[in-house]
Design a protein around this ligand. Structure first.
Ligand SMILES: [Zn+2]
Length: 281
């Protein structure tokens, strides 16, 4: 069933597990993530970035996910990841997204509050929920270039949540988007303080490439949603390459796309287990 993220994130926070959120970029990745959720009996969030939505607009994703979610017995949410304009927030909500993120983390604090508060108000009016971001998550997500450093400050987090009315908060604790060039310096000890200050579920971005034990530890300390993007892309591409390398004569897209889909499904199942989401339906 298609739902917003509110209840699943609350459940996760109260019981010490995290909802795994997966960036999907085509129909096969949507199928793979939903199949993994169904097999794992895990609530799940599918999300798309602005650059994915340039490739395929929100109504395609919303229609696919809505119709597929009706047929499976786990809660499914459709989320805009790193929304970069109020127009895109509105477009996704109109298409049927149940959750949106507005990422104003590169803006000055007061500007971030101002715009995120507007995004949250728009989302709430549509019966959906809103994630904000505070602090600098490093690395590169699609066309979005992050900066290094600037871990989220708990006092700022408290003010930010109160003023914006966001339903969840992405925080910077030293993770980065994309592929890690060197071992990240994480400040996991900061998570409980951020949780205490923010009083809304916390979101971990840049989780691809973190070890299972680090992920488990971040979840145990209070992360309620963990985003995975890069590892799914790698899995999909590896599956496609395997087929095209072994059988270069193949020209039926279904043959190699199915191989990518299978690998994404396995990766998503594994991440759900690490987050403790399996069996939490
Ligand atoms: Zn992110």
């Amino acid at each position: 069933m298609l739902t917003d993220t509110k209840i699943m994130l609350q459940n996760a926070r109260e019981h010490g597990w995290a909802v795994a959120a997966f960036n999907v970029e085509n129909a096969e990745m949507v199928q793979a993530v939903l199949a993994a959720a169904e097999k794992s009996c895990a609530p799940v969030i599918l999300q798309t970035t602005p650059s994915t939505l340039k490739y395929m607009p929100p109504h395609y994703f919303a229609s696919m996910v809505r119709s597929a979610a009706e047929k499976i017995p786990v809660p499914v949410a459709m989320h805009l990841d790193h929304g970069n304009s109020l127009e895109l927030v509105q477009e996704c909500l109109a298409a049927g997204y149940t959750s949106v993120m507005f990422d104003g983390s590169a803006l000055p604090f007061s500007q971030n509050i101002l715009l995120t508060a507007q995004a949250a108000a728009i989302a709430h009016q549509a019966g959906a929920v809103c994630e904000g971001e505070l602090g600098c998550i490093g690395g590169k997500e699609d066309s979005l270039e992050g900066k290094d450093g600037a871990y989220t400050d708990p006092e700022e987090a408290q003010v930010f949540v109160q003023k914006t009315r966001v339903d969840s908060l992405a925080v910077a604790i030293g993770t980065a988007h994309g592929i890690y060039q060197k071992e990240p310096v994480l400040d996991l000890g900061r998570i409980p303080f951020l949780q205490q200050a923010a009083q809304v579920p916390l979101v971990l971005h840049g989780a691809s490439g973190l070890s299972d034990s680090v992920l488990r530890s971040a979840v145990a300390r209070g992360m309620a949603k963990v985003n995975f993007a890069t590892e799914l892309r790698q899995a999909f591409t590896a599956g496609v390459k395997e087929v095209l390398t072994a059988q270069p004569e193949v020209f039926d897209p279904k043959k190699y796309l199915a191989a990518g889909r299978k690998k994404v499904c396995l990766t998503a199942e594994k991440k759900m287990r690490v987050c403790g989401a399996s069996g939490q339906r």
